[in-house]
Design a protein around this ligand. Structure first.
Ligand SMILES: Nc1ncnc2c1ncn2[C@@H]1O[C@H](COP(=O)(O)OP(=O)(O)OP(=O)(O)O)[C@@H](O)[C@H]1O
Length: 244
């Protein structure tokens, strides 16, 4: 058994932040490529399957990232309830027989860049080859979703790292033509709102022969990483400047 990794985060219910990556089976290759944006949903880890480390590579992978305790939590004497036991197991601090297996578990000292390399980069490179992909984070408030997906200048998140990689692929593949479009939306209380267009409120999700889409969502063609990230920053109503 792998040894414990420390320091560990406190309660599973409040500190675990999971990300799910998925590849759908390759749709027909098209020179027009869409890189989907990310979204956050609430879920419960109680539905996790029991320990099973012998997983094959699947289309949907689930990873767990622990964040370190904050200074405030340390001051308040918060207790750690779950920890990363090796690279795939989350184990209870109080009852060692209670454990859950995931495709990958990252301890509190893991960098976002490492999380991206292991859990997200494949989805991005797949998308650039025409395979639909989604990366999303879920977890309770303060579990680290924003830190992981957006990050900051010192530690860029999955979104800026993905944008950077997408443009690197474009640059390294002069023989192909790419069209990159960005849309940015929120789902809040079951209502879909366009974050790139203030008029785009309460949009409908529809399905046709091409697939699922949000009716009327604004799609901006982007020409550079800075352009893509500035749209996302605008959607959040904040300034952004990221250096790689
Ligand atoms: N891996 C980490 N290492 C260090 N600090 C982290 C890490 N993850 C999160 N934090 C810090 O924890 C705090 C909460 O994280 P964050 O804001 O990302 O949570 P959140 O899940 O987006 O919360 P909310 O749902 O309320 O928006 C922030 O101060 C963030 O900087």
């Amino acid at each position: 058994m792998a040894s414990k990794q420390g320091p560990k985060s406190r309660k599973l219910s409040s500190d675990l932040q999971s990300s799910i990556s998925s590849h759908s089976n390759a749709k027909k290759y098209s020179a027009r490529q869409n890189v989907e944006s990310s979204l956050e949903v609430q879920s419960s880890l109680e539905s996790s399957v029991s320990v099973d480390t012998e997983r094959s590579k699947e289309n949907v992978t689930v990873t767990v990232r622990f964040r370190p305790l904050s200074q405030k939590e340390i001051r308040q004497g918060e207790e750690i309830a779950w920890y990363a036991d090796g690279e795939t197991i989350v184990r209870s601090e109080y009852n060692q027989t209670v454990a859950y297996a995931y495709d990958r578990v990252f301890g509190p000292t893991t960098t976002t860049h490492h999380v991206y390399d292991v859990a997200a980069q494949d989805v991005v490179t797949g998308a650039m080859e025409g395979i639909n992909g989604t990366i999303f984070a879920y977890g309770v408030t303060s579990s680290g979703k924003t830190h992981t997906m957006h990050g900051d200048q010192r530690s860029p998140g999955i979104i800026p790292l993905a944008v950077k990689d997408a443009f690197s692929v474009i640059q390294e593949t002069p023989s192909r033509e790419f069209l990159l479009r960005v849309s940015y939306l929120e789902i809040y209380n079951e209502v879909v709102n366009d974050l790139l267009n203030p008029v785009g409120q309460n949009l409908r999700i529809r399905e046709d022969l091409q697939g699922t889409y949000v009716e009327g969502i604004k799609e901006e063609v982007v020409l550079s990483p800075a352009h893509a990230l500035s749209l996302i920053a605008a959607g959040e109503g904040r300034d952004i400047s990221l250096v790689f």
